[in-house]
Design a protein around this ligand. Structure first.
Ligand SMILES: Nc1ncnc2c1ncn2[C@@H]1O[C@H](COP(=O)(O)OP(=O)(O)O)[C@@H](O)[C@H]1O
Ligand SMILES: CC(=O)N[C@@H](CCC(=O)OP(=O)(O)O)C(=O)O
Length: 284
């Protein structure tokens, strides 16, 4: 006997309690540069975001664009260097970061969401003095214009949310003196989730989630697990800022943070509105 294929009614019945649970709540979604490479996946991401808004949930999109910054740097003959998952950012690189994140990538995502039937507004952290930052001091390397968030004024985000818009935010901060800062998008997403008191924080990336040394997906991670996995080198590179921000968001009151596989079509809907998870959930 073959099992019955899932019909629309059963899918909707499964989604309904989740829609009720998240109705009127904010969900911060970090859309990583590695997860946004294929047009079909971009469209399914945009559809998911629009659908959330249409059923009364408030998505706030924070995007990355590391590979896209790397591509333009390469075209002008500059190599990318990363330390602990952070791009070493001299003044010229900072200009490229602003062009790529604030211009190209931000407007591509805005356009995708609008094409899918939503009303997205793209901003950087400079708009409305939203993301105030200072230089991130690293113990051994001068990271240049890499910033850390000192303050987020989310009033513009709240205003947009209430007015049926979907905010799409590039992780560029500004110092009190007007200096521009390049901030890892995961960190911005985590801080934004804290400030907005978001119900969920989803970080979309290009792996199934957090993997152990044998390459097996770790579906749930506690704070202690994370410390152990960082200490033994299992978690490294681009995964470090994700788990730092997940840990910080949870310490600040978020119930959970999830690192999910952005290569799975409709990953956002699957993670939020079905019983099935698509990655790693970080808990207390
Ligand atoms: N334990 C781990 N499990 C999964 N990925 C890991 C792990 N440790 C390091 N990584 C790396 O982190 C990367 C994801 O971070 P990053 O490249 O910054 O993605 P994004 O652009 O989505 O932010 C993965 O592609 C992988 O190379
Ligand atoms: C300081 C720092 O590293 N900033 C990142 C900002 C973009 C980002 O975070 O992009 P992904 O999410 O696609 O990795 C960068 O320059 O690549």
């Amino acid at each position: 006997m073959s099992s019955h294929p899932r019909n629309t009614a059963s899918i909707l019945m499964e989604a309904l309690p989740y829609i009720q649970k998240y109705s009127g709540k904010t969900i911060v979604v970090k859309y990583g540069g590695n997860a946004m490479t294929e047009p079909a996946l971009q469209q399914s991401f945009a559809r998911d975001i629009v659908l959330l808004k249409q059923v009364g949930i408030n998505p706030v999109v924070i995007h990355g664009g590391g590979p896209q910054i790397g591509d333009l740097l390469k075209k002008i003959g500059k190599e990318s260097h990363f330390v602990d998952g952070m791009r070493v950012t001299d003044a010229e690189t900072m200009d490229v970061v602003q062009m790529v994140l604030g211009g190209l990538v931000n407007k591509q995502i805005v356009n995708m969401i609008n094409q899918a039937g939503g009303r997205a507004i793209g901003l950087t952290g400079k708009d409305g003095n939203m993301i105030i930052a200072r230089k991130l001091e690293h113990a051994t390397v001068d990271l240049g214009h890499v910033g850390e968030v000192t303050e987020i004024d989310a009033s513009v985000v709240k205003m947009l949310e209430e007015d049926r818009f979907i905010p799409v935010i590039a992780p560029i901060g500004v110092g009190k003196d007007g200096t521009s800062y390049n901030i890892n998008a995961d960190i911005v997403a985590g801080k934004m989730a804290e400030v907005l008191n978001a119900e969920r924080l989803l970080l979309l990336t290009n792996t199934p989630g957090v993997l152990n040394k044998a390459g097996t997906l770790l579906e749930v991670l506690s704070q202690q697990d994370i410390q152990d996995l960082i200490a033994d080198g299992t978690i490294q590179g681009g995964m470090l800022p994700k788990l730092t921000c997940a840990t910080d968001a949870i310490a600040a009151g978020a119930k959970s943070a999830s690192i999910i596989d952005g290569r799975v079509p409709h990953a956002v809907l699957l993670e939020l509105l079905t019983d099935q998870g698509v990655g790693t959930m970080v808990t207390r």
